[in-house]
Design a protein around this ligand. Structure first.
Ligand code: UD1
Length: 340
């Protein structure tokens, strides 16, 4: 019998890559998603890569009743990976109540369902945004968390606090929060990747869409940061390496190797790359010339953000292997394929 796991938000960008890695490791995957920001065809893409089409349930997890019914019929699951959430930073500033309502009610309903039906192991999709505007680097898991700069970010910080409180109050429940740095890249098959709606806010899809001619030019936000070339530095992590961290984290919970009922791991490479580094890698791997110009800084952006990843390496035995070149090249292959 395969171990069954539930992936909420499993048709989304990170969720779908994570579903692939769990299936490859022999798990039975049940995806729950309301398709508010993803497409049902992702299930066929997962099948094209793994040979297995995951079971799919179209449920709005803010609906407590439907969520409870779902948990009752899946109470044999060994764990749950929670990706279901709104994630657009700028939109969350304009619509804070929708973000708090959606992201926190989903989490509460999931926790109540897990509690009621005895599902013990949770992986929470968190973000480096919980460090707010940090003042020292690299960031380790004990670095002070601060008020995130957006309601989206705050739902991640509050989400972690809710899970921590619940893990203290419950005897059997255990959780790991993975704080992602900047996930980019796509599956090497070219069948899965990021599909932002409208004009992308994030760097990588903006680069690939500009190179394809869908956007006129990339505006680089800021060129006078105190960094090696004046552009902002981030810790970009390939989505496939990131997906694998979820498998290792769940196995750690299942084997009860945790030191505490609630653990946190940074998931990045530990290497900071500037915006110009990313562009140089993109131009090198894809042989495309990117149209770009410098613009003023974007409000809320921090100059530098990169992780200390030694805890994930030592305790999860997780080692990211894909390079920045792998990230830019696979993003380009995906962008071309989905627009062909
Ligand atoms: C943002 C969010 C983070 C979220 C992540 C992935 C904040 C503070 N952080 O990170 O919570 O997890 O997206 O969704 O909002 N850039 C340009 N031109 C562009 C777009 C981006 O120069 O058109 C630059 C940015 O200034 C930044 C870097 O590229 O220096 C990366 O930006 P982006 O991909 O948007 O990620 P973050 O802002 O780091």
């Amino acid at each position: 019998m395969k171990n069954k796991i539930i992936i909420t938000g499993g048709t989304g960008y990170i969720g779908s890559h994570t579903a692939v890695e769990f299936i490859n490791e022999g798990f039975e995957v049940i995806i729950v998603d309301n398709l508010s920001n993803s497409d049902i065809s992702v299930l066929d893409s997962i099948k094209s890569i793994t040979g297995v089409k995951p079971t799919f349930e179209n449920i709005d997890l803010t609906d407590k009743n439907k969520t409870s019914i779902f948990f009752e019929s899946n109470k044999d699951a060994v764990g749950l990976i929670n990706f279901a959430a709104f994630k657009a930073v700028g939109e969350s500033v304009k619509m804070p109540l929708q973000y708090y309502h959606n992201n926190l009610n989903i989490l509460l309903n999931v926790l109540e369902g897990m509690n009621r039906f005895g599902i013990r192991n949770l992986i929470f999709s968190s973000s480096a945004t919980v460090y707010g505007l940090p003042d020292c680097f690299p960031l380790n898991e004990n670095s002070t968390t601060k008020r995130p700069t957006s309601p989206y970010g705050n739902t991640k910080k509050i989400g972690e606090e809710i899970i921590e409180d619940f893990s203290k109050a419950s005897i059997n429940f255990k959780a790991i929060s993975l704080r992602y740095f900047n996930p980019i890249g796509a599956h090497s098959s070219g069948n899965l990747g990021e599909t932002p709606t409208g004009i992308p806010n994030n760097l990588m899809p903006f680069i690939t869409q500009t190179a394809l001619g869908l956007r006129d030019e990339l505006k680089i936000f800021g060129n006078d940061y105190k960094t090696k070339d004046g552009t902002a530095v981030r810790d970009y992590i390939h989505v496939v390496d990131l997906a694998k961290a979820h498998v290792l984290a769940l196995q750690r919970l299942i084997r009860n190797e945790v030191l505490e009922n609630f653990e946190i791991f940074n998931i990045g490479t530990g290497i900071g790359y500037s915006v110009l580094d990313v562009i140089a890698s993109f131009e090198k791997t894809t042989k495309q010339k990117l149209n770009y110009s410098f613009a003023s800084k974007r409000e809320g952006d921090v100059p530098i953000l990169y992780a200390s990843t030694s805890k994930a390496k030592e305790e999860l035995n997780w080692n990211p292997i894909l390079t920045l070149d792998d990230m830019t090249e696979s993003s380009w292959e995906w962008e071309k394929k989905r627009n062909s």
